[in-house]
Design a protein around this ligand. Structure first.
Ligand SMILES: [Ca+2]
Ligand SMILES: [Ca+2]
Ligand SMILES: [Ca+2]
Ligand SMILES: [Ca+2]
Length: 478
């Protein structure tokens, strides 16, 4: 929705009262069986789209509204080629300071026309794939406002892709044949007649989409779009003049024509929410034994894509929260970057009572948080970010911690058991009372603490700090 309310001078339209349809209203409508909106603070949201891979607004979007990452990226609107702006003039609130040259077919200027220029679009991607799980799988958010009991918001087609090349579009419905309220540029509509189009819910409420709706789409049938591995969502603005139609042939109407911040308004931080997000990505083929060594961690997978048994799992998450709430084994495979877990700018939680077994290395980047309330077993653990929790980490090889150690929870605190444990000088925070217990089974515990009893002298080796204990067969300070 555009936000130039000062533009609004015209009288309210005479409302054409639409007959209410079966779909949800513009906000809180939890009982609607079709498309009950998702609140932006809902716990159902597991991850937000966190990257814009393509932003192609229609011509004429104002400079202030071309920032989908930090602000709003409006998709723009298109003029009627049969009723163009007057040559040599600039319509009020046209977003770019350029006079119309009178050439409707000029594809290089800031004036776009229906049927000539492409409507604006934006493509966003997620930290981890979205999959077709139970119910709705993701939700789109616009900033529509309620005018006269109806919603003034701008609609967009919704498409999904696995490879970023092939996009499958949802069959949307919009059967309104007139506005129900509002005024030119701010027409409001009865959204109970709108379904599976982005923008039909008010600011703060997301429109839910179920990937299962696409299972008969030709690109899904051909395998070009994998509903269990959706990486991209594209929103294509619908200039609501009636030129563009829904899946049933209705002319789609929305506020038109809109300017400056015209068209669908996208904002990355609250743009597209993943509801069924693959918590951890798997690679590799099922092994011939068919045995799944641990319970299927990906319980929500109701589609035909079965998790390969004893898979090599590669966890590579950024910007999301991954909770391991059932046991699984990572890295049984033979080759590739098998069995490594990389957590960057993200949180990996191993729940209490759960064992996460990683064959190779767990690496937590500087922006990452590893919270272990259960048991984490790995060859090596490298923490440049934060290590927290009340569980245990059992390491066959080495432990290197350069970040923040923050034992927490009601348990005994983080227990590290490793062949060798290296706590580096960057480790500065050990809260007191700390219930840290470090046990090195092997020859050496090398530790270095910035927290010193005497300035200039390390004080930790084989000794106590807070309530913590460090033990090793031999210890070295450096
Ligand atoms: Ca807008
Ligand atoms: Ca043009
Ligand atoms: Ca689904
Ligand atoms: Ca519009």
């Amino acid at each position: 929705m555009h936000r130039l309310l000062s533009f609004v001078t015209a009288a309210a339209l005479s409302a054409g009262q639409a007959v209410a349809g079966p779909y949800s209203t513009y906000s809180n409508d939890p009982a609607n069986p079709h498309d009950a909106p998702i609140h932006k603070n809902s716990e159902e949201i597991r991850a937000w789209a966190n990257a814009v891979s393509d932003y192609s607004p229609a011509p004429g979007v104002g400079v202030m509204y071309q920032d989908p990452v930090a602000g709003f990226g409006s998709l723009g609107d298109l003029y009627d080629p049969l009723n163009p702006p007057e040559t040599g003039t600039k319509p009020p609130f046209h977003g770019v300071d350029e006079l119309f040259n009178g050439i409707v077919g000029d594809l290089t200027d800031s004036y776009g026309f229906i049927g000539i220029d492409d409507p604006g679009s934006i493509t966003v991607s997620f930290p981890a794939p979205i999959y077709d799980g139970p119910g709705h799988d993701f939700a789109t958010f616009e900033n529509g406002i309620i005018i006269g009991g109806y919603l003034s918001a701008e609609l967009a087609y919704v498409e999904v892709s696995t490879d970023g090349v092939n996009f499958a579009r949802f069959d949307g419905i919009s059967s309104n044949d007139a506005p129900s309220g509002g005024w030119p540029g701010y027409e409001s509509f009865d959204v109970t007649n709108i379904y599976n189009l982005a923008g039909k819910h008010a600011n703060g409420w997301g429109t839910p989409f179920d990937l299962a709706d696409l299972q008969n789409h030709s690109l899904v049938q051909s395998g070009d779009v994998d509903l269990q591995d959706i990486r991209h969502v594209r929103l294509v603005d619908i200039p609501g003049s009636g030129y563009f139609v829904d899946s049933q042939g209705h002319d789609v109407l929305d506020p038109w024509i809109t300017y400056n911040s015209g068209g669908y308004d996208f904002r990355l931080s609250e743009g597209v929410a993943g509801l069924n997000v693959v918590p951890l990505r798997w690679d590799g083929a099922p092994d011939e034994t068919g045995a799944w060594a641990t319970p299927n961690w990906h319980d929500g997978n109701s589609g035909g894509h079965q998790p390969p048994s004893r898979a090599r799992m590669v966890v590579d998450v950024e910007g999301s929260i991954v909770t391991v709430d059932r046991d699984f084994i990572s890295g049984v495979g033979e080759d590739g970057p098998a069995g490594s877990v990389q957590v960057d700018n993200a949180t990996l939680v191993v729940d209490s009572g759960i064992e996460l077994e990683v064959t190779n290395t767990v690496t937590v980047g500087t922006g990452g948080l590893l919270q272990v309330d259960g048991i984490l077993t790995a060859d090596n653990v490298i923490v440049h970010g934060t290590l927290s929790g009340s569980g245990a980490i059992v390491v066959v090889g080495s432990v290197e911690i350069r970040g923040v150690l923050s034992p927490g929870g009601s348990g005994p605190g983080v227990l590290l058991v490793g062949e060798s444990i290296e706590l580096t000088e960057a480790l500065t925070e050990v809260p007191e009372p700390s219930a840290l217990l470090l046990l090195a089974a092997g020859a050496t515990t090398v530790c270095w603490f910035a927290r010193r009893r005497t300035p200039g002298r390390p004080a930790c080796c084989g000794s106590r700090f807070g309530r913590g204990i460090i033990r090793g067969r031999s210890s070295t300070c450096r």
